[in-house]
Ligand binder design. Structure first.
Ligand SMILES: [Zn+2]
Length: 292
């Protein structure tokens, strides 16, 4: 069955092919939207645009409430390795813009904001989850609860970052144009999202870790660039970011690909070792506004 009444969030065309059936059987809760949710491969019905190849889940259009009530202790527990990741990202941003007002949209518990403040940016964040915003507050980090645009986070900004967020939203074009409006004329916009056409995604098929209920939009390099250009951005640089994980986290992920009886308890010390991993299955884009 191919849906006929949906519009592609990227190119606006209406012709789709069924990409994956829904495997949501029970009622959804905030747990399904946790950043550290392990339910890989479980998604709503996904349809692929015949024109631009964008894959979207049109059935989950009211997800904000789930994010507001999200609690994710697993995310907080991995604060140390996430901090390394954000520090590295902030250092990378410095090549393009090394000072000024920075806004992180979907800031979680403020780890990126913290890394940016440490090197002198005037950084703030916005986060829908009340619980994650509370964690940021405990660390004295300026993260406002809510969604963008937010009355307390007034632009214009020199840098806006949107890391692993756009795959969660139902109207990515609108979000990008709002971001563009909040950016200084010489400001930069940094976006990170999974790449559904990456080798990892193609090899793992529906076992790829980014196929999850919370992800309702799946970009490839081409349609991501298309959407950015349509939204008034020029690409300055496109690359593949690394992520940092503990060996224990990676071990658990790795074992999850095997049947239950082959899974074993991992030694505790693996929790202490943090390694960078670059699976080349995410895209990092640095953009600037197209001049008017
Ligand atoms: Zn399309």
């Amino acid at each position: 069955m191919t849906k006929t009444n949906i519009t592609c969030w990227v190119c606006g065309q209406k012709e789709f092919e069924l990409f994956k059936n829904s495997d949501i059987s029970s009622e959804l809760s905030s747990m399904n939207f946790a950043i550290t949710n392990f339910d890989y491969g479980k998604t709503g019905e996904l349809n692929k645009c015949k024109n631009c190849g964008f894959i979207q889940c049109s059935d989950l259009d009211k997800v904000t409430g789930f994010y507001e009530n999200l609690e994710d202790q697993g995310y907080e527990d991995s604060r140390k390795e996430r901090k390394l990741q954000e520090k590295r990202l902030v250092k990378y941003l410095g090549k393009f813009k090394n000072k000024g007002k920075l806004l992180d949209i979907g800031a979680g518990s403020g780890i990126m904001v913290e890394a940016a403040l440490e090197v002198g940016y005037d950084a703030v964040g916005i986060e829908p989850s009340k619980w994650l915003q509370q964690q940021a507050k405990k660390h004295n980090l300026p993260v406002f609860q809510g969604v963008f645009p937010h009355p307390e986070a007034k632009g214009p900004y020199e840098i806006i970052t949107l890391v692993d967020v756009i795959e969660h939203v139902t109207n990515p074009a609108e979000l990008l144009s709002l971001i563009r409006n909040a950016l200084n004329n010489d400001g930069i916009f940094v976006l990170v999202t999974p790449d559904v056409s990456s080798i990892a995604a193609r090899l793992l098929k529906f076992k790829w870790w980014h196929f999850r209920i919370a992800h309702i939009g799946y970009f490839n390099k081409k349609n991501l660039i298309l959407l950015l250009n349509k939204s008034g951005f020029d690409i300055i640089k496109l690359s593949r970011p690394s992520w940092y994980f503990t060996l224990k986290y990676l071990g658990i992920r790795f074992l999850s690909f095997f049947p239950k009886f082959l899974q074993f308890q991992l030694p505790k010390f693996l929790d202490k070792i943090i390694v960078p991993v670059n699976l080349r299955d995410s895209i990092l884009v640095v953009c600037k506004k197209v001049s008017e």
